[in-house]
Design a protein around this ligand. Structure first.
Ligand code: AMP
Length: 287
């Protein structure tokens, strides 16, 4: 696996690769787990060459968020990517991605507009401007045929679908299924922050979604009714703070009154200091 640290070198290597091969891109912030690896495997199955990126993007962290303490496990990540047959790893420094900004924001940023203020965007102001900007840069540098993102970050997917459309990126955006731990918790690099006690509390997210799935299977479709999950209140103690539980259109992120097939059911909560998200798409076919 080639490990590449500069934009110029990455452009060159990707240009060479694209001459004879299809190129799949899997962008990450590292601290890799099976969720990330599922994207890599899908990309390997669909492209001749897979490029991954590891970049903890300062632009998408708010002033009181976890940029400093975000887990960084570069050696271990490289070993995993190597095992999966990734050919190219792009791992630039913040100064390489945002030169001459002295740690400040760059002048040019991509603002996806209203969609970036919905759901997580409402709780993390500026987050999706940071995501859209770094992803646009990666798309320009690498110019992949296909780019792979996880359904785990359903709100991010909606924002990225919009920027691909609005900015005419010539690539296919591929959404990959959410991968869970054995106990049902959605895999996340941030799960490393959870104490044993927090981890138990964190299961409220997936359990709430399972209860809603059961209700939908029973024929309940009304969004308000579905979102009133009694055990959410019963199980929650002071370490669990719900941010949102809602049913929305997966493309616009606007609320829908009924859990129609394809609708996105999404939840976000803080467990202690850790912010967690989870979701599912209402099945297209009956139970
Ligand atoms: P991150 O490193 O958290 O920025 O994630 C990099 C990519 O992996 C994003 O497209 C995520 O949506 C995806 N991802 C993270 N966790 C999971 C998961 N549990 N299942 C599927 N994809 C995931």
């Amino acid at each position: 696996m080639k490990i590449i640290r500069t934009v110029r070198a990455m452009q060159q290597v990707c240009r060479d690769a694209r001459r004879t091969a299809t190129l799949g891109l899997v962008p990450t912030m590292g601290a890799l787990h099976d969720g990330h690896l599922s994207l890599i495997r899908r990309a390997s199955g669909e492209n001749d060459v897979v490029a991954a990126s590891i970049f903890v993007n300062p632009l998408q962290f708010g002033p009181n968020e976890d940029l400093e303490k975000y887990p960084r496990t570069f050696e271990d990540d490289c070993a995993q990517l190597e095992r999966e047959g990734v050919a190219i790893l792009f791992a630039p420094s913040p100064d390489e991605m945002y030169p001459q900004t002295n740690g400040q924001k760059p002048q040019t940023m991509i603002d996806p507009g209203a969609i970036a203020t919905r759901l997580d965007g409402a709780y993390r102001p500026g987050h999706f401007v940071g995501v859209a900007t770094v992803v646009a840069k990666l798309f320009h540098i690498i110019q992949p045929d296909r780019a792979y993102f996880g359904q785990k970050d359903a709100v991010q997917l909606a924002v990225l679908r919009q920027i691909v459309r609005d900015l005419d990126f010539d690539l296919e955006l591929i959404a990959c299924p959410l991968v869970r731990d054995k106990d049902g918790l959605a895999l996340s690099s941030r799960n490393r922050y959870l104490s044993a006690e927090d981890r138990k509390t964190a299961l409220i997210l997936s359990r709430t979604l399972i209860a809603m799935q059961d209700d939908i299977r029973k024929g309940i479709r009304d969004s308000h009714r579905l979102c009133r999950q009694p055990h959410l209140l019963r199980e929650a103690d002071e370490s669990f703070k719900l941010e949102y539980l809602c049913i929305v259109d997966p493309n616009t992120l606007l609320p829908v009154s009924e859990a129609v097939p394809g609708a996105l059911v999404a939840i976000a909560a803080r467990v202690g200091e850790t912010r967690l998200i989870d979701n599912f798409l209402v099945a297209e076919v009956g139970p």
